[in-house]
Design a protein around this ligand. Sequence first.
Ligand SMILES: [Fe+2]
Length: 277
Amino acid sequence: MEIRPLSPHTGAEVLGIDLSRPVSDADCAAMKRAFVERSVLVIREQALQPRQMLDAVGLFGTVFSQQNTKFAVADCPEIHYVSNQDRFPDGRRYIPGEGWHTDHSNAVRPPKATALHAVRLPDKGGDTQYANMAAAYAALSADTRERIGPLMGIHIYQSSHSARKLIALSEGDKERVPNAVLHPLVRTHPESGAKAIYINPIRIEGILGLDHKEALPLLDALLEHATSERFQYRHAWRPGDLLMWDNRCLLHKANGDYDMSQVRYLYRVMLQGDVPR
Ligand SMILES: [Fe+2]
């Protein structure tokens, strides 16, 4: 097994391992280390069925149950799918994940990681972009770090300020999903100890104790800073890629920039995380 960096700060590719077979303790430990250090792991040339993906990703933690059960894979409901073939009730195509976000930050314990495995990809396009929130935090001025350090963001299922709309939850799913949770705007990674900006444009409704006139421009400024190109890694998918990324210190976004007559279909599974602190 070989691990190589994919950009100066984010991403590492893992070559020469087959996750459908038993993984040695040494390889497992090396991948876990790389995951914490590089935030995105790209494990190449896998061909995993849903159950095998669950076992492979389970090497890194405990599976998190996902919010909208509409997207569960029939014979393995812990695995969801991401597809360009779903539509809103009004017939418009739904491209999941467009717009910068971190997954399920409206949970009390948001998932620490999300994994995607490419089943079908378009010939070109459909990249996933990542922005490194720890690098972005480190580049903030001391004044800004001091200002945002004590602030708490209010996260809900769908922010009223979000341009991107999600597919509605069923009544049953709504009962399991909390109304609103508070998370710090700056969180400390429980494994690396690094501080990172923790915002989520699709789910942050406001900042505790600040009115919108103050909170929204601050959130906009943080987002603009944090998603500047120098903090990004852009992943161009290859068949067989199994990606796993760290939601605690990254934002990510999908791109619906490809030929929509081609199917893009991936399996998704998430891992449980801690209460952000
Ligand atoms: Fe996402």
